[in-house]
Design a protein around this ligand. Sequence first.
Ligand SMILES: [Zn+2]
Length: 285
Amino acid sequence: MSSGEPTSAESVADRSRPVVVCYEVDQLPAVDSALMGNVRRSLVKTDEVLVPPRDARTFTVSAGQYFRITGVDGPQVGDLNLWNARDLTERFFSGKTRQLHATHVSTGDRLWSSLPGLRPMATITHDTLGWYGWDEDGGGIHDVIGTRCDPYTNHMLKGVDYHYCCHSNLTRALAAGTGMSLAEAELHVHDVLNVFMCTGFTADTHQYFMKASPVRPGDFIEFVADIDLLGALSACPGGDCSASHSDDATTCYPLLVEIFDAPDLPESWAPTVRSGYRGGHGLQA
Ligand SMILES: [Zn+2]
């Protein structure tokens, strides 16, 4: 019979049960190492988009093209949204990406799409901040644990309206890039990859923290598009996220998005396909 709290010996035993990694990531589809090696050495730039501070821009990348996000002028973090360019209901799924890879992503990790698609949308082929690893606070770079700064949370906590949070920036950019109304576009904005942001959870209370990003001008993160993509990138009003966000207090800088053709892409390379699960959910075969 259960009788309330465990004894101290029982609680020690309960807490020392072995950790089991939830997903067998060894079984994820393998990434061709040539994509991170020879192929990226012969990229041919075809386009670029400069994202102004406290604002966002959209960009398109065809399957098999590469795209690179580069810090310019000063330390700046970015909030990235990705959609299937042909079907905006399939979009970046930060939660599943976190479960399949880790709280922070780097070279060789993939950005996965929402259910029912659940496929890699983009694969990280290079990360000049890969050297950072994990710092003494448990912080890392490029997280998939935060969401995006937004005017609703800001209003709740501070009682003021601020219109240049990443959520609003992404909404404006998507509306401008697609012709949707603001209201329609807002529903497509989703949890982000926090590009260049240094974050973690505090050791004592396990709260989400940020600290100054180590990104310097010229640092970049690079991806190959696994499907045709529509992207949107916001240059966060938090700047390097060393102090505050959701206000005009911090110095902010632009971010550069560059698109490249990859003439040496292996002939065996193909866009990723949607999940093979047929969607019966127990009611249909
Ligand atoms: Zn932001």
